[in-house]
Ligand binder design. Structure first.
Ligand code: FES
Ligand SMILES: [Fe+2]
Length: 466
């Protein structure tokens, strides 16, 4: 890849072509948890938080009536920092001269001006819409006056709070390399390899990736995903477009004459993947640029059977970050807690067994803040990454030309984009394709919250094998 092309697909600030593309989509801007005083005691006093998104400095707040607002951070009067604003019933007030702004950016008061002044009527702070889905606040930084797209009817957005859990973490790297790990079906066999599988019934394994069993069995024996990944490390990777901007990734690992391991995941343009966590829980992960060299991943966990144990999942993950900014405890400063003795005896990487995110974090951060793609050498196992880059380059051109990129959906298309199914299973070799769709359908049938119509509809659209 040429250096100019690498610049084009990685730089996302205001005025950049890729920034314009990413401003076509709703983006996660905070967890609802970030406004919970139990997690951030400052929130007991005032619900205001400075945020960075796509290289822009913003302030997110909840006014006294419970409405969320997202505004440009610098006060339009003389530029003081609204992060330190007074949070009031109807809006956020700048402490410098008392100008007050509603969640929609309307200037309500300019109290230092002479009585009868109409200055406030001519002032407006740039504001961005905020919506909440599955415990995450989303915003849209598209051009003022244009209409935001609709959010697709993904399972993670349809599940009720009892079956949803969301978490996030910061990575010190560019958004694209963060996303490219998730659409790389070859890496789990190496990066996440454990030399010992642990127990399948161990409570500690709850909510942890690759510790659960693949669906199906090998002559009556359940196999943990880790064992399959370790013993069969050369996947045949296939991908197909199942809707505009939606790639289905199939990684096949032939195990015996009769059995094939099948892992089906999806990539949703521009930066979301959907993968199985376990037989009944999926992860939808979005990658959101903070700026060119920092990225938040947001994971949505969706339960298809029992309600999720959010407290347990949150506690496990909070142990790996510092609040209020969700910065990982380990990182470049401590060599991502690398332990050569562990690398020799217990894991392929040597960065612990509990927090799989740390493995991915090392992979994406150790490349450097923005991966120099002029120096890489891609192989056959990188075919999805190549396909995604082609789509990305094309979408940037589409937006440059005034067109609508993939996944910037209108209401009809958004309602039709459901699922997508994802599974990790051990299938009969001769009918793996039918087998995984049957297993996915069975999982969907167990999700009472989907409703019968939705379960069938989804399978008909992008859930089932062709
Ligand atoms: S700078 Fe904000 S009110 Fe004056
Ligand atoms: Fe990974």
């Amino acid at each position: 890849m040429h250096a100019e092309q690498n610049e084009l697909i990685t730089r996302i600030g205001p005025g950049t072509p890729c920034g314009a593309l990413l401003r076509s989509y709703w983006q996660p801007v905070a967890l609802l948890d970030e406004f919970d005083p139990r997690l951030d005691p400052k929130m007991a006093h005032r619900q205001v938080k400075a945020v960075r998104l796509l290289g822009e400095s913003l302030v997110l707040f909840r006014d006294g009536r419970g409405r969320f607002g997202l505004l440009d951070r610098a006060c339009p009067h003389r530029g003081a920092d609204l992060e330190f604003g007074r949070c009031e019933e109807e809006g956020l007030r700048c402490p410098f001269h008392g100008w007050k702004f509603a969640a929609d950016g309307t200037c309500l008061e300019t109290p230092a001006e002479p009585l009868g002044s109409t200055l406030h009527q001519r002032i407006r702070q740039r504001s961005y819409p905020v919506i909440e889905r599955a415990g995450v606040l989303f915003t849209w930084l598209g051009a003022e006056g244009s209409t935001p797209p609709a959010l697709p009817a993904l399972d993670c957005f349809l599940a009720p709070p009892s079956h949803s859990f969301a978490f996030k973490g910061l990575w010190h790297c560019n958004w694209l390399q963060a996303f490219e790990v998730g659409i790389d079906p070859a890496h789990p066999s190496f990066l996440h390899r454990y030399l010992d599988d642990g127990s399948l019934t161990d409570d500690e394994a709850y909510g942890r990736q690759f510790r659960a069993a693949s669906v199906g069995d090998v002559e009556g024996e359940r196999w943990p995903m880790t064992r399959v990944m370790r013993e069969f490390h050369r996947p045949e990777i296939r991908f197909e477009s199942v809707a505009d901007g939606v790639l289905r990734l199939t990684a096949l690992r032939p195990m015996t004459e009769r059995l094939t391991h099948v892992r089906v995941t999806h990539a949703l343009f521009p930066a979301t993947f959907v993968i199985p966590l376990s037989e009944k829980i999926t992860i939808t992960q979005m990658h959101v640029p903070v700026d060119d060299t920092h990225t938040f991943w947001y994971s949505f966990f969706t339960g298809f059977a029992e309600p999720l144990d959010q407290e347990a999942m949150r506690a496990q993950r909070l142990a790996c970050v510092t609040l209020p900014d969700y910065v990982p405890i380990h990182g470049r400063h401590d060599d991502w807690r690398f332990d050569p003795a562990e690398q020799r005896a217990r894991t392929y990487l040597g960065m612990g067994e509990d927090d799989i995110n740390l493995h991915d974090q090392w992979a994406v951060e150790s490349m450097g803040a923005i991966q120099d793609r002029t120096r890489e050498h891609l192989g056959t196992s990188d075919k999805v990454i190549m396909a995604n880059r082609r789509t990305l380059l094309k979408a940037i051109e589409t937006v440059r030309g005034g067109g609508r990129p993939p996944m910037a959906l209108d209401a009809g298309a958004a309602a039709a984009l459901t699922g997508p199914d994802t599974i990790d299973c051990i299938a009969p070799a001769e009918r793996w394709s039918e087998f995984w769709s049957e297993q996915a359908a069975a999982k969907r049938a167990g999700a009472t919250w989907l409703g019968a119509a939705r379960r069938d509809e989804s399978a008909a659209r992008i859930g089932a094998a062709e």
